[in-house]
Design a binder for this molecule. Structure first.
Ligand code: HEM
Length: 523
């Protein structure tokens, strides 16, 4: 008698098959038929209109050299011939981040609109040079993030917080570095509480610790990093930690309420002092984001001042915490799988700290660390498949003749460029010292830095709208990583490797569930 055993796996597979056959496939076929009817994948080149149901301005013909379907077929080698609309949509979700043809434009379908993606030095330069009246960063943010609803309308209507981040915030990095350092030590003690890492009398001056290694503890990485980065950044911004990351309307409203409760008394006190002294300068005025924002908020900008400042502090948090956290997490994942790399970086970091201590200036000397962080980002592409998202406010002509109509969202194929062997030798391989080796060449020592201007590297965007917080981000990341290197040993459980990044359409996160083991450093 033969026994057919039904294991949980086979049960799950059969249920999966039934689900696919009865529910998913018919739906997919119906969707495919509908998409094929609606989408016109050749229209970048043809005189046929853009999507009828997309932005109203898409309804007139446009000229873009090159046929998007052929381009994608050529570059991927995998797209089927014939009607490609359905496959292209799926393909984008799964693969398109690696597809592009250097120097040309193509368009990709989103659920509700098209996005035109460009690449190559010339087209990127065109975008960088374009005025805000032609290609708008703020309008693209409004459209793609629905930022009026998710982040509040005021910061986009008058984005003076960008100038505040670019100038006073960045300029005060050196002066406020001790606060950043202190909060890093305290936050790590709390969040990665390996035994023995709890004895600092002075967190700023704390020595590099040696001695017995402690037992390994397991840490959920991304979640823990978010808390550490939020504490560290907000210690610098507003003097006290604000654990806020608003990702939806409801979360946003909650965040505004909590932030207002915390910030309102501080803002009111500063306004009272201004009145008392009849000037925006008064003795012992705190050197922080609230003061810098209030200094910039003169005249009509003083209307609704409490909510105005609170929204901007939140907006800056939104720009700062997630991006820095995912970068830090990716770096920790790379270190956890590579003890030799940890050793080389320690050999750079340790003598600098021992000799000169913790400061913005000493962070500037950590060239290998800078290169490792930049290279990690290059491979993971943590801003997603595209960068420099802009909205064309009027028809825009690239210097190669490509025209995009008003209303188009246009971006750069940054991730695909990161992985292009013509731009980076062995582009799919992590070469941690790729950039520090370039800096070692004659005349190159100030180039190739993570926060620098590099035409093919778009982690921080590009042009006038390039991330104004990048100098703060890079210094904070170096201080965080240097602290980990001199304080902890780290590894994956059971000798694991870099956990796969998690892609959703064009955005990417480091693995959200991966754990890393930490202990007090052995030697
Ligand atoms: C590794 C960390 C970071 C990454 C990868 C990153 C990346 C970016 C990118 C790609 C842009 C858009 C630029 C463009 O389209 O040309 C941007 C804008 C911006 N970033 Fe960053 N950023 C980081 C950290 C920070 C930090 C720490 C701050 C604040 C101190 C900050 C504040 C901003 C602001 C204010 C904008 C302008 C847009 C807005 O108002 O939301 N960023 N960033």
């Amino acid at each position: 008698m033969s026994i057919i055993s039904v294991t949980p796996l086979s049960q799950a597979l059969s249920l999966g098959a039934i689900f696919l056959l009865t529910l998913v496939i018919p739906k997919v076929l119906r969707w495919r038929a509908r998409m094929n009817k609606t989408l016109n994948m050749n229209c970048l080149h043809s005189s046929t209109p853009y999507l009828p149901w997309a932005h109203p301005d898409f309804s007139h013909p446009t000229e873009v050299p090159g046929d998007s379907r052929n381009m994608l077929e050529k570059s991927s080698g995998r797209l089927p011939k014939g009607d490609t609309s359905f496959f292209l949509a799926v393909h984008f979700y799964a693969q398109a981040r690696t597809i592009y043809v250097n120097g040309q434009a193509f368009k990709i379908p989103h659920i509700d609109r098209w996005e035109v993606v460009v690449s190559g030095k010339e087209m990127i330069e065109d975008m960088k040079k374009a005025s805000d009246m032609d290609l708008s960063f703020v309008e693209a943010l409004r459209e793609s993030m629905q930022s009026d609803y998710t982040l509040g309308a005021a910061p986009a209507q008058d984005p003076y917080h960008i100038a505040v981040v670019r100038t006073p915030l960045t300029r005060n990095l050196g002066a406020r570095f001790d606060d950043i350092r202190e909060e890093i030590v305290l936050a790590m003690q709390d969040q990665i509480p390996a035994k023995g890492v709890d004895h600092y009398d002075s967190p700023i001056l704390c020595p590099i610790i040696f001695g017995e290694a402690s037992e390994w503890i397991k840490v959920p990485m991304l979640y823990t990093v978010m808390k550490i980065v939020s504490r560290t950044s907000n210690r610098f911004f507003v003097g006290a930690p604000l654990s806020l990351y608003a990702s939806s309307r409801q979360m946003f409203l909650l965040a505004v309420k909590r932030a207002t409760k915390h910030l309102e008394p501080l803002i009111l006190e500063r306004l009272r002092k201004e009145e008392e002294y009849g000037s925006s300068e008064w003795p012992d005025k705190p050197n922080d984001l609230i003061s810098w924002l209030l200094d910039e908020a003169q005249g009509e900008r003083r209307n609704n001042i409490i909510s105005n400042i609170v929204l901007r502090v939140l907006h800056i948090n939104f720009g700062a915490i997630h991006t820095t956290s995912i970068t830090f997490t990716s770096c920790l994942f790379r270190l956890a799988g590579n003890p030799e790399l940890v050793q080389i970086l320690r050999e750079e970091v340790e003598p600098i700290i021992k000799e000169l201590g913790w400061s913005k200036a000493t962070m500037g000397q950590m060239k290998k660390l800078d290169s490792f962080m930049k290279e990690t980002q290059r491979l993971s592409g943590n801003v997603g498949a595209t960068s420099m998202n802009r909205m064309a406010l009027r028809d825009f002509t690239f210097s190669n003749g490509t025209v995009i109509p008003a209303g188009t969202i246009v971006s750069v194929a940054s991730y695909a460029m990161n992985r292009d062997d013509e731009i980076y030798e062995e582009a799919d391989t992590l070469n941690p010292f790729r950039f520090s080796n370039m800096r070692a060449q004659e005349g190159e020592s100030t180039k190739h830095q993570m926060a620098g201007l590099d035409p093919s590297y778009m982690l921080f965007g590009g042009g006038r709208q390039m991330c104004p917080g990048r100098f703060f981000a890079v210094n904070e990341l170096k201080a965080l990583l240097a602290h980990v290197l001199v304080t902890y040993d780290l590894k994956f459980e059971n000798g694991g490797e870099y956990p796969p990044d998690e892609w959703q359409g064009a955005s990417v996160n480091p693995n959200r569930s991966a754990m890393v083991m930490f202990r007090k450093r052995a030697a």
